[in-house]
Design a protein around this ligand. Structure first.
Ligand SMILES: Nc1nc2c(ncn2[C@@H]2O[C@H](COP(=O)(O)OP(=O)(O)OP(=O)(O)O)[C@@H](O)[C@H]2O)c(=O)[nH]1
Ligand SMILES: [Mg+2]
Length: 675
């Protein structure tokens, strides 16, 4: 508070607090004028002010003259609210001023304004609708501008329509979302839930709403939340779900969705004495289509078959692709089992009709297995497995027809399964063993080589013949570890005989197609040779001619690598396949083994003797060693000798023997002349 002279603007009186507030002592203050506490720029308005008060205010009166900027002694500016009153002081026209420093208040006000602005812009920048609503009625009391952007309704409608939220929920979600919201509000729990709302233009918008409940006096009063637009995310999820449940090529349901649909179909009819049929289809000789016309054509055909199958069934039925050329069909609701064969035949006939693809006419047939609920199985897996077993039967019985499942089919499957799982353990349980059958040189009569032959010593059953388990091992891929075991054991054994000081011979190991096609096949051979220390010259690999011809160009490349390693190669079962002479010439091989089926009858069947003669001449012309397998009689031997066949293998000299017995033959130097 101070008093100043209205004429000169000099201070006439000041209280301690005011002088101090401005940074002056009372005495100092009283030497100054009003100008000294005003920022320089204020002087004109100050003069103006002085004029005004001179002219206007004649009588003593109190007036509020607003907020002024004042300057303290240290130069800082403050905002001061001024209330003044005209007074007479010591006979002078003076003015009494009450000054109230507003600076802090102003700063706070500014901060508040800024923070409000910040929140508004924050709310507006959120990719979601910020809202507040009454906890009892759910009527909105605030929604941020995004509401209009997301859903197209003006904000007033949100705020004025009492049930705006519920009214614009997707009808499928309405009941659930409202009930959920009521429940959690009552429980005063913050919550997040997802639902659909329908936009003004009819679009469906997925929202994820995170709601907190404002509680006062123990009662929920308000709800506040943010609705995030998750439509795109939901669409992406839907797409993913679709992809996970459909086959990419044909767009049919895949195995997963099939199982799901079958499960649903079963639970629907379980109590209604109705039948569900599972049809399992596999196209016949589809591989030929791929092989002759190419994979792309195969794909086109699969798509066309998919369409045709779909057109054969009713809308409640499901056609699925299991993978490859396998399709399954659920006939979901069949009044009586007798109806199924009619549909099955209709489908088989439909598939057999010509397809026109890329301008050419194609034919394919299908084999089908049928299992029926409830008779052939009560659950998805059993029905599917049994339909599959029946399909196999249809294949065996000549293809292009359907077979109903019968329990007998499963017995064989079970046997097979048991065999397969035993075979899996055979290696670790050391049930596999090798026998060795000698091969002798017809000139010297000496053993030159032994063929390693795989045996499976199955507990309780004795020895399982190779033809019973090798195909199974091929099919299941077990041939890879088994084949490697055979190779390693044979090499190890041969090395052992050599270290025992026995006459060095070769060991011949049979290779299966799968082994030969393995990516690291060459590497495996090299590792085994290195690990066992066997000189590669003492290893011979026997490959069937079908295996070599299957992919002749790749075979040549692989054989060259083997040659470079100095491993010997012979062609097994020669004469049983369709070797092309031009390829045979190009294969870097060392020997041909004439299959025993020809040798058996060379002395009795003129055809066979002609064939064997031709084969031996061929081998000579190709400069290949030739070996006759399955030689059992002296007559056969004489015949082969007369043709200058190089070696023989067969019971006439020796059966396949365990390693110790073979070692004994080597030790005594048994020769052909002894037998
Ligand atoms: N083009 C094409 N071929 C496929 C596809 N999936 C699997 N295959 C081939 O389909 C064939 C199916 O073989 P299988 O059913 O075992 O044999 P198949 O030749 O049909 O003979 P059967 O069924 O015994 O009558 C295999 O050769 C696969 O390589 C695919 O998506 N496209
Ligand atoms: Mg097939």
């Amino acid at each position: 508070m101070w008093i100043f002279d209205r004429q000169t603007l000099t201070f006439l009186a000041v209280n301690e607090a005011a002088a101090h507030h401005y940074g002056y002592s009372q005495t100092e203050f009283l030497t100054m004028t009003l100008k000294d506490i005003h920022p320089w720029g204020d002087t004109p308005s100050l003069l103006n002010y002085r004029l005004k008060i001179k002219s206007k205010f004649k009588a003593p009166t109190v007036s509020y003259s607003g907020v002024w900027k004042h300057r303290k002694k240290d130069g800082t500016l403050i905002d001061v609210e001024i209330t003044s009153s005209l007074v007479s002081f010591n006979g002078k026209d003076a003015m009494l001023v009450l000054a109230h420093d507003m600076t802090q208040h102003r700063i706070a006000e500014e901060a508040l304004r800024q923070s409000q602005q910040k929140y508004v812009s924050l709310i507006n920048s959120i990719d979601g609708i910020v809202w507040e609503a009454d906890a009892r009625t759910f009527q909105f009391t605030f929604v941020s501008p995004q509401a209009e952007r997301f859903l197209g309704y003006p904000n007033e409608r949100w705020l004025t329509e009492p049930a705006f939220w519920a009214d614009h929920l997707h009808s499928d979600d309405r009941e659930g979302a409202v009930a959920f919201c009521k429940k959690v509000t009552e429980e005063k729990k913050d919550h997040t839930f997802e639902y659909r709302m329908v936009a003004a233009d009819g679009r469906i918008v997925w929202l994820r709403d995170s709601v907190s409940v404002v509680v006062e006096d123990g009662q929920p009063v308000k709800l506040r939340g943010v609705m995030v637009n998750i439509t795109e995310q939901k669409q992406a999820e839907d797409r993913l779900r679709y992809l996970a449940h459909h086959d990419g090529l044909t767009d049919l349901p895949n195995r997963i969705l099939f199982a799901d649909r079958l499960g649903q179909a079963l639970s629907r009819v379980r109590w209604h004495k109705r039948v569900v049929a599972v049809l399992f289809l596999d196209l016949d000789h589809f591989k030929r289509i791929n092989d002759t016309l190419g994979h792309n054509m195969g794909d086109l055909l699969l798509k066309a078959v998919a369409e045709r199958l779909s057109s054969c069934v009713r809308s409640g039925d499901t056609v699925a692709r299991m993978g490859g050329d396998e399709f399954t069909i659920i006939l979901a609701d069949v009044a009586q089992a007798e109806d199924v064969p009619k549909v099955a035949q209709k489908i088989i006939d439909a598939v057999a009709k010509p397809f026109v693809l890329a301008g050419r006419e194609l034919f394919v047939s299908t084999s089908m297995g049928i299992s029926l609920f409830p008779n052939d199985g009560q659950d998805v897996q059993t029905l599917l497995k049994n339909a599959d077993a029946a399909m196999y039967r249809a294949k065996e019985q000549g293809r292009n027809h359907y077979q109903h499942y019968s329990p007998a089919m499963n017995v064989r499957t079970l046997e097979r399964l048991a065999l397969e799982s035993s075979l899996r353990h055979a290696l670790e349980r050391k049930e596999l063993l090798l026998h060795y059958q000698p091969r002798v040189d017809l000139d010297t009569g000496q053993i030159t080589c032994v063929e390693a032959l795989l045996r499976w010593q199955y507990p309780d059953l004795g020895i399982v013949p190779p033809n019973q388990f090798i195909p199974l091992a091929e099919e299941t891929g077990l041939i890879i570890p088994i084949g490697e075991w055979v190779l390693r054991t044979a090499c190890q054994q041969n090395k052992l005989w050599q270290t025992m000081g026995l006459f060095p011979i070769r060991v011949a190991v049979n290779l299966s197609p799968r082994q030969f096609e393995e990516k690291n096949f060459i590497e495996t051979i090299a590792t085994v040779l290195k690990d066992t220390g066997l000189d590669p010259n003492y290893l011979e690999l026997e490959l069937t001619e079908n295996l070599l011809m299957k992919n002749a160009e790749t075979s040549i490349a692989t054989l060259r690598q083997l040659n470079a390693m100095e491993v010997q190669i012979s062609v097994d079962d020669f004469g049983t396949g369709y070797s092309s002479l031009s390829y045979l010439r190009r294969f870097p091989i060392h020997a041909l083994k004439i299959d025993q089926s020809f040798v058996r009858d060379i002395t009795t069947d003129p055809d066979d003797s002609v064939i064997v003669t031709a084969m031996i001449i061929l081998a000579h012309s190709l400069k290949l060693k030739v070996i006759a397998e399955g030689v059992e009689t002296k007559e056969q031997l004489d015949f082969l000798r007369s043709l200058k066949c190089h070696e023989m293998q067969g019971y006439l000299f020796s059966r396949p023997l365990p390693e110790d017995e073979l070692a004994r033959l080597l030790a005594i130097g048994k020769s052909l002349s002894d037998s």
